[in-house]
Design a binder for this molecule. Structure first.
Ligand SMILES: C[C@H](N[C@H](C(=O)O)[C@@H]1CCCN1C(=O)[C@@H](N)CC(=O)O)C(=O)N1CCC[C@H]1C(=O)O
Ligand SMILES: [Zn+2]
Length: 575
């Protein structure tokens, strides 16, 4: 129908304009660019509210399911009609992201360190307990206090917008992206967590023992919570950087390829080309020329930018495609993984670009997060790393010890992440609902970190601090449960694609490289975009219609058995 076609085309143009303004600010942080982001956000919000009122006038009862779905999207908004409130929300948003992206921690000598690459580099590489404490604390001191009151105001304004539209709070709108009946998203993910918690608990006990041996029993007890700054990551969200401390069989051939990448003269561009070659090998699209012309793949030295990696869709018409990645790339395996993650978003943008604008999105946000990571599960197999020349001294299929090393390294990224992926929005949903008030922001943050991850702060924290602000997605207002969904779903996707590719043997050795059949199955799901409720997309690729942890548990089964043996005399857990 005409009104709807016009809506989709105008929405496309406005989203393109919004992406351009946000790109300009993210790749050159200035007050002028921030002001333009606020103006464009105001325009887009005003237009959306106007169209929402128009949309509500239609009697959709006789329309097709597809048209009803589009009207359902159009007539939902969480924005306030009060322009001043909308402006304030947008302004605080740019201020918080600026604090995160430009703050530094200064040494007594006067040298000031940035988060990326300096402070993150210390957390990844240093094994000096006190230096780790300094970097961990300095980042939080730099960004937390300046954000705290702004964040509280931001939450209040976002809630007012939600309540003006009949929602209890902003959290209801955020969970709504998963279209779960009776708002049962939290119940669903809690059920998945209960099933994977035993595996996490085994990994936690094993790593605690290794960290205690490394730093001494006085610094790391072999019972209870583990200090949060010893995991090789500023947020203890993934523990792959301490693989060298915890490796089960050190005399087995190495499988971390960061050093080899440097030795072989890899630069960021070659890392991007390597990732692109995998996607193309299974029949997905190469990056368009504009991608190479307009992306920002290294940190510029003449201006402030948002370094946190991201993928961008400029909502152009097919044939005039404009998709980009912004990333301050470093030459190591962790950034090679991130490049695959971001390029997975780009392949999704490319595959659904023919859809109506309203449907140019993931089946749910978790699907969008899972595309690149699924591909990276193949890329990170020793077999594939050997195929592309990054691993030399390994023969065909390796013995049990080698496979335990391989599974442990993958678990440090994937299993370690699960409680982190779950707790971020548990905290935010309770902040939005008013259950966690500003005077308790930090205390409740640490209660959740202790409860779900079994970690504790290395130094005393108070409610004067605002540690949530130290994690990008909080000041940038990006929901996070999408990553928990993805870290479980990506193993379901991999299992389905490996079956399609005719792989036999354990799932963790599967590499779908060059399998056009697997690629076609993935592409078929990606092309749906947001046109159907996500269980239908899940069914299209896996045959199931649920988020099901049996695939990740199957993948790590040999490791869990080995860990249970290792942990026989450990006091499991932390509660
Ligand atoms: C490194 C990655 N950056 C995000 C991502 O790629 O998801 C960026 C920032 C927030 C959204 N975003 C996007 O690019 C979106 N525009 C993509 C889209 O929705 O189209 C990230 O934050 N990750 C990766 C794994 C865990 C998590 C973390 O590092 O904690
Ligand atoms: Zn992502």
């Amino acid at each position: 129908m005409k009104w709807l076609e016009e809506y989709n085309e105008e929405l496309r143009q406005r989203q393109a304009k919004s992406a351009e303004a946000n790109w300009a600010q993210s790749t050159n942080i200035t007050d002028e660019n921030a002001a333009k982001v606020v103006d464009v956000t105001m325009e887009l919000t005003k237009w959306s509210l106007k169209k929402m009122e128009e949309g509500k006038k239609f009697d959709t009862s006789g329309f097709s399911d597809d048209v009803k779905r589009q009207f359902g999207m159009i007539t939902k908004s969480g924005s306030s009609s009060d322009e001043e409130k909308t402006r304030k929300v947008a302004e605080i948003g740019t201020e918080l992201e600026k604090i995160y992206s430009t703050s530094t921690a200064c040494l007594p000598s006067g040298t000031c360190l940035k988060l990326d690459p300096d402070l993150e580099g210390i957390l990844a590489k240093s094994r000096d307990y006190d230096r780790l404490t300094w970097a961990w604390l300095s980042w939080r001191d730099a960004v937390g206090p300046p954000m705290k009151d702004k964040y509280a105001e931001w939450v209040a304004l976002m809630n007012e917008g939600a309540q003006e539209n009949g929602y209890a709070d902003k959290g209801v709108i955020w969970r709504g992206a998963y279209e779960m009946p009776n708002d049962t998203l939290e119940e669903m993910v809690d059920g998945v967590w209960e099933k994977v918690k035993p595996l996490y608990t085994q990994l936690h006990a094993y790593v605690r023992r290794k960290l205690s041996e490394t730093y001494g029993e006085d610094k790391v007890l072999t019972t209870g919570h583990i200090p949060a700054h010893l995991f090789g990551n500023m947020w203890a969200q993934q523990w792959n950087n301490i693989y060298d401390i915890v490796v089960p069989f050190p005399d087995q051939p190495a499988i971390d390829v960061s050093d080899t990448m440097v030795e072989q003269g890899y630069d960021p561009l070659r890392m991007f080309k390597t990732a692109e070659a995998f996607f193309v090998s299974i029949g997905l699209r190469p990056m368009p020329q504009t991608f190479w012309d307009k992306s920002m793949i290294t940190r510029p030295d003449d201006r402030e930018v948002v370094c946190h990696g991201s993928a961008w869709d400029f909502y152009h018409l097919p044939g005039d495609t404009d998709v980009r990645i912004k990333m301050c790339t470093k030459v190591n395996q962790e950034d090679l993984q991130t490049i695959h993650h971001e390029m997975g978003h780009v392949e999704y943008y490319l595959t659904y670009e023919d859809q109506k604008t309203l449907y140019r999105g993931g089946a749910n946000p978790g699907f969008h997060e899972a595309v690149g990571d699924t591909i990276a599960l193949s890329v990170n197999t020793p077999g594939h790393l050997k195929k592309i020349g990054l691993l030399q001294n390994i023969e065909g299929n390796q013995g049990t010890e080698f496979q335990i090393n391989e599974l442990l390294k993958m678990a440090l990224s994937k299993v370690a992440f699960l409680p982190f992926g779950l707790l971020i929005d548990k905290w935010r949903w309770r902040v939005f609902s008013g259950d966690i008030t500003p005077d308790k922001f930090n205390t409740e943050w640490w209660n959740l970190r202790m409860k779900y991850q079994g970690i504790k702060p290395p130094v005393e924290r108070t409610d004067e601090d605002f540690d949530p602000g130290a994690k990008y997605h909080i000041p940038s207002g990006t929901p996070y449960i999408r990553y928990f969904f993805s870290f479980v779903a990506q193993f379901q996707f991999q299992q389905a694609l490996c079956e399609e590719a005719g792989h036999d043997g354990p799932l963790h050795t599967c590499d779908i490289y060059q399998s056009k059949k697997a690629g076609a199955k993935l592409k078929n799901m990606l092309s749906m975009g947001e046109s159907k409720p996500w269980p239908e997309a899940m069914k299209a690729i896996t045959g199931q219609d649920k988020l099901d942890p049996s695939a990740i548990l199957k993948y790590f089964e040999p490791l869990e058995k080995w860990l249970r043996e290792q942990n026989k005399n450990e006091e499991l857990g932390w509660e």
